[in-house]
Write a protein that binds this ligand. Sequence first.
Ligand code: 5GP
Length: 289
Amino acid sequence: MAHPPQLTPEQRSAALAQATLSRRARAEVKGGVREGSLTIAAVLERAKSEPAIAKMRVLELLESVPGVGRIRALAILERLGISVPRKIQGLGIHQKASLLQEFTTEVLGRGRLIVLSGPGGVGKSTVAQALRKSSDFWVSISATTREPRANEVNGVDYYFLSQEEFDQMIAQDEFLEWASFAGARYGTPAKAVEKALAQGRNVLLEIEIEGARQVRSHSAEAILVFLEPPSWEDLVSRLEGRGSDSPERRAHRLELAQSELAAAKEFDIIIVNDQVEKVVSALLSLARS
Ligand code: 5GP
């Protein structure tokens, strides 16, 4: 066996520093693939100019794809005729092509992002509740600074946060969107949504209108659905029937609802909520179409 080269202490510490940088680059790439911000095609492209990524094992890369564990990654390698220790830089043209083909299907399999919005009190949360039971949708859990209502559970209905915790999530850019509504703040945690979409799940956000506008402004893929009450009187009676809100909050919500109703024209689809089952089935067909 050949002896390893004799290195001076300076050369050794330079080599160690280089190894740390390479490990970091690989971890960053795997993180990006895991969260859905980097595709396999993008990684193969980067490997052309970044030696640290070129030296990553294909197995490691595949294991980072959401929904692909070690067993599925090994099966894919075997099916594509790629040996287990193969590094990205050792892939042949045909192997690269078949890998890309395999994962183009994964990209096409990305779930749909459906935003359900509309005036407060129109019945969005009842629809979202019904969709939680369907395997066709993953319903996002929002963070909020408002107090929990009697039957609400932290981590199920909302993540109930302090003002400071909410500020911190904003500072760390952890929200897909957030807005103030009737004296409290509400926001959609971005990571969980991205992960579900990358895993091919349809995602439903049940949010107020300002948040829906924000999603529209930075996500071309989102489908915006506006839930409309059958009539203004119907909305008033729903809001007034809410025992959980204080009279001041109810009055404020009515005032808000008037301007919210005018936003319908900004949405892709309008559904009248005259029957919850009808709305649920319209959203299910939207996800499946
Ligand atoms: P509530 O306090 O009645 O549960 O919700 C008040 C409003 O906040 C509802 O219109 C609801 O759709 C909206 N909302 C809930 N979660 C979010 C969110 O993450 N972002 C935004 N922008 N609005 C939300």
